[in-house]
Design a protein around this ligand. Structure first.
Ligand code: GUN
Length: 285
């Protein structure tokens, strides 16, 4: 039976580190840390995420600046706001909550955020830096996954790591981070043919495909570390991951629950990136 990885506890530890350093910077250097969070429209899931980000800012001692814009906001208006925030010294990090309404080009908005304030690490400059291992910010969810794997005491070096999902936000950067830790990495996706066979070879399995209960226990090697990035809502209203927990926990050595696994880590890593941004902008790091 697997040990359950407690994402809430690991996330609390990361936030405590950030809070301590933030207080120290304020007391010793008079530095304040600020995060701007921009949300466009009324997507209920986005609203929940943005509220959680604001709460986390308060908890670690950051200022948060929320810009809740109407669904009808034009791309030009949003780009104007991003440019204002790029120049605002109170704002160390800028987060534009995705997805954006269909009439706005997400790429254009991401590209407009100053790479120094891009705490999501979505800007092509930051993506490129991750490829060459010279980054300031790691994308929040993959960085959170790495921290969870680390919390199990697993050494990634030489291990077979399988990532299911190839999104720009999770799958692709996740593979890079595992590679940097000397894992042997395979990326699978919806068109992969012998998925079960590949999964059965995985010592570390990260699942981010966005399909409820997609990975079942018979696809998991005995003793594998299983990280479930999925967050799906079933017809009965219950949340579930991309991994079928009941069958998977019988095979894995460690497994994340949904909720309470990867989810809380994403926000903790966002706080960490915002602190890094503030320090860099102040010439401290
Ligand atoms: N929407 C879902 N996840 C994320 C995230 O990590 N960052 C942003 N900006 N939007 C999201």
């Amino acid at each position: 039976m697997a040990q359950i990885i407690d994402g809430k506890a690991v996330s609390a530890a990361v936030k405590a580190e950030v809070a301590e350093e933030t207080a120290k910077l304020r007391d010793e250097k008079g530095l304040k840390v600020g995060l701007a969070v921009v949300i466009v429209g009324n997507d209920p899931a986005s609203r929940v995420y943005v509220n959680n980000k604001k709460k986390a800012c308060e908890a670690v001692g950051f200022q948060s600046y929320e810009y809740a814009l109407d669904e009808s906001t034009t791309q030009e208006q949003l780009l104007d706001l991003v440019n204002v925030l790029n120049r605002d010294d109170r704002v160390n990090g800028i987060l534009v909550q995705l997805p954006l309404p269909k009439h706005i080009d997400e790429k254009a908005v991401i590209n407009a955020i100053s790479p120094d304030k891009d705490v999501d690490a979505f800007h092509p400059i930051n993506v490129g830096k991750i490829m060459i291992g010279e980054y300031s910010f790691l994308p929040c969810t993959p960085a959170g996954v790495m921290r969870l794997i680390e919390s199990t005491g697993t050494d990634i070096t030489g291990k077979q790591c399988v990532v299911i999902g190839r999104s720009n936000i999770v799958g692709k950067p996740q593979a890079m981070l595992l590679l940097q830790k000397n894992g042997t990495v395979t990326i699978c996706h919806s068109k992969t043919k012998n998925l079960k066979e590949i999964c059965l070879g995985a010592d570390i399995l990260v699942v981010a495909i966005g399909r409820a209960n997609f990975v079942t226990g018979d696809m998991i090697k005995e003793g594998a570390v299983v990280i479930d990035v999925g967050m799906n809502r079933l017809d009965n209203g219950k949340l579930c991951g991309d991994v079928e927990f009941e069958s998977a926990e019988k095979k894995a050595s460690f497994i994340t629950p949904v909720p309470g696994g990867v989810g809380p880590m994403t926000i903790a890593m966002l706080m960490k990136n915002t602190l890094t941004a503030a320090k860099q902008q102040a010439g401290i790091e």
